[in-house]
Design a protein around this ligand. Structure first.
Ligand code: CU
Length: 477
């Protein structure tokens, strides 16, 4: 707690709110809802609607959102207060085309400062939503996204230092799909059969209100898919493309179908893979995305099965459900999943090697998070990178029990090695902006720093860990 106060004190002048840290928050907490009393598969999953721009001028689309608290039904029969963009829980869905600019004005009508980061986006520092580039309550900021990158599964969320964890937990996330012409020409499932699904955990009191506590990985026992607790989703017996987003603060998922069927894993953070990977397990750490195709034509109408999570579930215990699929009808299907999806650019020869060490205090109440043994300080530049350089970063999780992941702003990177073993197949061969690091693991990633100069952050993407200080600044000069 003392360290938390010191950190908050350092940025207090900017008007940041102190997130509820554990001991104090627990005393104020109402009784938790018993998650077993929440009926499973009793509400339909929300399918996000693509948000229409306010206007289009030339090749630029203009959007405006008001960050606001609204009431929504997450648990059947209960109203929950959530923090949203324009009332959407989960957020709005911007669909943009490569080469076509998007301009978003964000007005903050929340009781907390915010800073909106386009996760995975290649954008100038002024529009990156850096931790101290705050929109104070009552103010607004306009972000410009050049979309000068190929197809990608981006999203936007709050990144205001030390309060991003609570703001995201309370709902402040949105979808951002970046499309391009080569992807369109592939004939993948599209339109009503191309659906983003945000998967996360949450914690509620008996009245259905969210309970937020920092680093509360044990308390968040209710699983949401697109803003509903354990929903069902009716599908036609044909192929669907699902863009899965892990929007949980800290939870890692390994997703499977309860009937053991395989899916085609076609893309990830930075868009399509070179070729589909047929798999029965999808790994998603906090902030990561997986683009999959599920072929429901394999199942007769009337079939039901679940998307389940097996990660963190002890052996012999059934996996925990996420949502239920119900095959309710037939439908024509002219979509296809080609054997070749994309050619990724050749890897340039790196000229700089760096080490990055991730750690949190283990077994300590109200511990802090560190990168290279330092707690985040927005006044400090931790790494200076020469514009245009290609660098290899060896990222280590030196914790014994606590998992992490690792996210770099500005760039999409490539994963070269995991624990000394070259990554030559599977979904980690695609463009990535967030990568898993279990305790003791080490990954080598390679990135080329072009496009924009400026200060950007890199951090653990478990929001609570970032809020605990596990973040650092790089300056591209
Ligand atoms: Cu972490």
């Amino acid at each position: 707690m003392k360290a938390g106060v010191a950190l908050t004190g350092a940025v207090g002048g900017a008007g940041l709110l102190l997130p509820a840290l554990s001991s104090e928050a627990q005393a104020q907490t109402a009784t938790d809802i018993d998650p077993t009393t929440i009926p499973k598969f009793a509400q339909e999953m929300t399918v996000p609607e693509v948000t229409k721009p306010d206007r289009i001028s030339g090749t630029t689309a203009y959007y405006s959102f008001e960050m606001q608290e609204v009431q929504t039904e997450i648990i059947p029969g209960k109203q929950t207060t959530v923090r949203t963009f324009d009332g959407h829980f989960p957020g709005p869905w911007i669909k943009a085309c490569s080469g076509h600019r998007v301009v978003v004005t964000q007005k903050n009508n929340l009781p907390s400062p915010t800073s909106i980061h386009l996760h995975g986006g290649h954008v100038p520092e002024s529009s990156d939503g850096t931790p101290m580039d705050l929109i104070q309550p009552g103010n607004e900021k306009t972000y410009t996204y050049p979309n000068s990158q190929p197809n990608a599964n981006l999203w936007f969320h709050d990144h205001a230092h030390h309060v991003e964890s609570e703001n995201v937990f309370r709902g402040l996330t949105g979808f951002y799909t970046l499309m391009d012409l080569p992807e369109k020409a592939l004939g993948l499932p599209s339109g009503a059969y191309d659906i983003p699904i945000a998967i996360r955990d949450a914690r509620f009191d008996v009245d259905g209100q969210l309970i937020y506590q920092m680093n509360d990985f044990r308390g968040r026992t209710v699983i949401l898919a697109n803003g509903k607790a354990w929903p069902y989703f009716e599908v036609a017996a044909r192929k669907y493309r699902f863009r899965l987003y892990n929007t949980a603060n800290m939870k890692f998922f390994t997703l499977k179908l309860s009937n053991g069927s395989t899916v085609q894993h076609i893309g990830g953070d930075g868009g399509l893979l070179e070729a589909p990977v047929t798999t029965d397990a999808i790994s998603l750490t906090s902030g990561e995305r997986a683009d999959i195709v599920v072929d429901f034509s394999k199942f007769p109408v009337g079939t039901t099965f679940e998307l389940v999570n097996t990660e963190g579930v002890p052996a012999g215990v059934p996996p925990t459900p996420v949502l239920q699929f119900r095959v309710t009808r037939t439908a024509a299907d002219y979509s296809r999943v080609p054997a070749k999806l994309r050619t990724l650019p050749a890897l340039p020869t790196p000229t700089v090697n760096r080490n990055v060490v991730l750690r949190v205090d283990e077994g300590v109440a109200d511990g802090m998070g560190y990168i290279d043994d330092k707690v985040y300080d927005h006044n400090r530049v931790d790494n200076t990178i020469k514009y245009g350089d290609t660098e290899v970063w060896t990222v280590s999780n030196v914790n014994q029990r606590v998992p992490h992941n690792f996210h770099i702003h500005l760039v999409q990177f490539r994963v070269l090695e995991r624990n000394g073993v070259p990554v030559t197949s599977g979904p980690e061969t695609g463009l990535k902006d967030t990568v898993r690091l279990m305790p003791g693991e080490k990954v080598k990633v390679q990135a080329t720093f072009t496009g924009y100069r400026g200060k950007y952050v890199y951090h653990c993407h478990m929001f609570d860990h970032a809020a605990m200080g596990m973040m650092a600044t790089m300056e591209v000069v």
